[in-house]
Design a protein around this ligand. Structure first.
Ligand code: HPA
Length: 248
């Protein structure tokens, strides 16, 4: 069997992976353009992994301008066999407040105008991938097991609603998303998950709630509140990641 190689895509609050001993930086370009940052190849918990900062380092590429196609394509070129994405989200479900960690199992995509498929242009044939279950079942189970092993409480299912951003939502938009069945709201889950599926790379997400979604608390959303929740909650995410990699 070909060797396994995990990539971690870090989002807001995870621009760098502390404890990653960087061995090599790969500055690939792909036929889909430039990725957000060089791929950092290194050792983490004694295992070789690749880290990619979704918004660049420093954090400067907004969600709607991330070149998701280039990011996924270069990870494939580098031989990545599994992708674990970290996503900051707003909490919609009453049990998912700031610093809560959710392992989503479904997606509703509200984005538009993003480069969202590899299957366009000069094609030999039209291709439609199955996307019934957008996150890889086995990889999700491994993440949930890692959370258990690390004694980090997580909710083990949830619907991730992906909005276009970069503005946050209105209260009515969140109420509609809640009626649609969304539990959390973020801006970066799509098209990343679909592109990984097109490339047949198993993909799962660790979603850290960094604020109550619009209209779900008695105050407006501030960046200070978001940074505080990241400070508190990213420790949980890092514990899950470290345990996941130890188990991998
Ligand atoms: N909405 C959309 N994306 C987000 C949010 C939010 O409330 N919080 C973090 N990412």
């Amino acid at each position: 069997m070909a060797e396994k190689l995990l990539a971690v895509i870090g989002g807001t609050g995870l621009t760098e992976l502390e404890g990653l001993e960087i061995v090599e930086e790969l500055s690939f370009e792909s036929e889909w353009g430039k990725p957000s940052a060089p791929l950092l190849v290194g050792k983490y918990e004694g295992k070789k992994i690749i880290f990619l900062a979704r918004h660049g380092n420093p954090h400067r590429i907004p969600p709607h301008q991330v070149n998701y196609r280039a990011n996924i394509h270069v990870l494939r070129q580098a031989g990545v066999t599994d992708i674990l994405a970290v996503n900051a989200v707003g909490g919609i479900h009453p049990s998912m407040g700031p610093a809560h960690v959710n392992i989503p199992d479904q997606i509703i995509d509200y984005t538009y105008g993003r480069g969202d498929t590899f299957f366009e242009g000069d094609l030999l044939e039209v291709t439609h991938i199955d996307f019934t279950y957008p996150y890889d079942r086995e990889l999700r189970e491994q993440v949930i097991q890692a959370a258990r092993d690390a004694a980090v409480p997580v909710s083990t299912a949830g619907v991730y609603g992906c909005t276009q951003g970069p503005r946050l939502e209105t209260a009515a938009e969140i109420a509609r998303m809640e009626r649609d069945g969304c539990d959390v709201v973020g801006m970066t889950g799509m098209p990343e998950a679909a592109l990984a599926a097109e490339m047949k790379i198993p993909y799962a997400s660790i979603a850290l709630v960094v604020n109550w979604a619009a209209g779900k608390s008695d105050h407006i959303i501030t960046m200070d509140e978001i940074y505080e929740a990241i400070r508190v909650g990213m420790g949980s995410v890092k514990s899950i990641l470290a345990q996941f990699i130890r188990n991998y």
